[in-house]
Design a protein around this ligand. Sequence first.
Ligand code: MN
Length: 315
Amino acid sequence: MATFDVFNGDADGVISLVQLRRACPRPEAKLVTGRKRDINLLDRVDVQKGDHVTVLDISMRSNMDDLNRILDAGANVFYADHHNAGDQPQHDNLHAVIDTSPEICTALLVDDCLSGAYRAWAVTATFGDNFPKIARAKAAGFDLPVEQLERLGMLVNYNGYGADVSDLHFHPADLYKALAKFDTPMEFLAGNKTVINKLNNGYESDLATAQNAKILDESTKGLVIELDDAAASRRISGVYGNQLAQEYPNRAHAVLTRNGDSYVVSVRAPLSNRKGADDLCLQFETGGGRSAAAGINILPEGDVDRFIDAFIGAF
Ligand SMILES: [Mn+2]
């Protein structure tokens, strides 16, 4: 009988599994994960009757065909997530904890299942998934070093970004193994300086690169910047976009990261009016996303001026 632990490579996915496996160890489990945007993970899971599959923080809708294949093969599935799930299959072997309300992340669903047994980890993941208010509320009364947990959550989240796992400082499975040795993030921070120092140094260095980015357009509506074709840019672009949004809540932001002769585009609507990012990106062939945060996978060089015009028009 095989066990598979399938989880998103961001802070929410990694730390959801840390909580679960501190409570219920499965050292034999095969770890299936990837960079943050790599969400069709169930297609890598080949099961037999009686196998156990745990799935954390990846959309059920995006993995539906493989989920049905795994259930039909006779495996047992525990599925916890907060993304759009589609129509959940009704199956005796499926135990799903899905909540798509905007105030929750997977680590909090797991925290609930474990009655708060690993609250400090849950708080760390909640910060990492960009829910600082909820993270603080969940930390209240537990005497936790909230700022340290916020920083750690941000760093684990940052580690998930890249065009390929080779861009990342740590493969998310390795980062999981490093974190999961500790009952609390405080013990991890005191006990494994190598990992935390590498994340801290990588982040600071990437951030310095981003802060020197070329400005393509700056107006009352917002800021459009260009990052070089480099692993540092691919790691920092998402986190940097969030940071700019927090710093200038009335401005929209677009980060264009060069990729050969085109760009990968990440757009954040102003925090004060979280609308329009999806409508803007959908004007381009490979665009998509949500109203507050959207992107374009391939923006040809020749379309940059059109993008800037559309950006100014959108906000
Ligand atoms: Mn999440």
